[in-house]
Design a protein around this ligand. Structure first.
Ligand code: X2X
Length: 335
């Protein structure tokens, strides 16, 4: 693949729109669109396409789900508007970005809240996830029961390694468009810049941002190692995607089709979680071989910096005591 092609694939901007069709549109009784920001080879896209195949088979072709990956329909901000207007039927979005519409949806991203995946899935398949889904529904959207994994996020840099919280002072770090992300990196003394994922590769390449933070699997699949040199294993938050649908258009579908959609999308979510878990086993070695320099960091030092800055107290107040108690019920005390 040429450099230009690769860039446009990641940015998604210069590509003509196309859908990965499972059947000609005119043949299906219902044709729905699913969109995401993930590269075509990311398990999120691969498993969404498999769900589309199973849905076609299970409905004998009555229902076609067209998958538009890789920001083909626009940035996350654009796609969220399209979902709300009904132009897109399904959209996978980070809870933290969804928080621009549903404030409590960023709660799983509170710094250093989750210690491991067991705690994550117990919370998100349990009480914390249920709380967030209830709020999502109040805003005219529905989230499928099973969340999709993005991962524990790690900080990368092209200028200097981030070894201690001090190394973040004034660090120009790209963060997704989300109040929690901005607040957290401000609390750490960095200079966060909100940029949609569709623009991340070029923002790093042109040094608009020195660094960014994402799970290792995404750093690998989106080839961010090409424009970054260091990675610090901070695991500063866990991030996942809600499979969202427009409540009005979803509930207008015949009930049997709603059930097939929910069942198959939830199955693919679990398959995607397993894919990421598997990739997590080999991704660090692969990134090292591609030239990324790894730094192990003292995580409690970063957490203490957040605490000292009043980050936990501020967000407890924002979410309210009830939601905070549900979070602490899952992860332990954050005070
Ligand atoms: O925008 C990001 O960094 C990404 C891909 O991780 C999310 O969708 C939150």
């Amino acid at each position: 693949m040429t450099a230009l092609n690769r860039r446009t694939l990641i940015a998604g901007a210069a590509l003509p729109l196309f859908a990965i069709r499972t059947r000609p549109a005119h043949a299906a009784e219902f044709s729905l669109k699913l969109a995401n920001n993930a590269p075509i080879t990311h398990p999120q896209t691969v498993r969404a396409m498999e769900a589309a195949e199973r849905i076609k088979a299970a409905t004998s072709g009555r229902l076609e789900l067209q998958v538009f990956p890789n920001n083909q329909l626009g940035s996350d901000t654009d796609m969220l508007s399209q979902l709300r207007s009904g132009a897109i039927d399904f959209f996978t979005l980070s809870g933290l970005i969804l928080a621009t519409l549903v404030p409590v949806a960023s709660i799983n991203g509170i710094g250093f809240a989750f210690k491991d995946y067991d705690t994550v899935w117990k919370a998100m398949d349990g009480k914390l996830g249920a709380l967030v889904r209830a709020e999502i529904e109040k805003r005219g959207l529905i989230a499928m029961d099973k969340m999709w994994d993005n991962g524990f996020r790690q900080i990368t840099s092209s200028t200097h390694p981030i070894k201690t919280p001090d190394d973040l002072k004034g660090f120009k770090i790209r963060v997704p468009v989300s109040p929690l992300w901005t607040s957290m990196f401000q609390a750490l003394g960095a200079s966060p810049i909100s940029i949609n994922f569709s623009e991340v590769y070029s923002a790093l390449q042109t040094k608009i941002a020195e660094g960014q933070e994402n799970p290792l699997t995404l750093i690998q699949i989106a080839k961010l190692y090409e424009v970054q040199k260091y990675v610090s294993l901070t695991s500063h938050m866990w991030d996942g995607f809600w499979m969202l649908t427009n409540k009005k258009s979803f509930t207008a579908l015949p009930e049997d089709l709603q059930q097939v959609l929910a069942r198959e999308l939830n199955k693919s979510a679990l398959d995607e979680r397993a894919d990421i878990a598997k990739l997590n086993g080999s991704v660090a070695e692969d990134l090292k071989s591609k030239g990324l320099v790894f730094e192990d960091v003292n995580k409690p030092a970063f957490r203490d910096a957040l605490k000292t800055a009043g980050f936990y107290a501020e967000w407890k107040k924002k979410y309210g005591d009830e939601a905070w108690a549900v979070l602490e019920g899952e992860v332990g005390s954050l005070a």
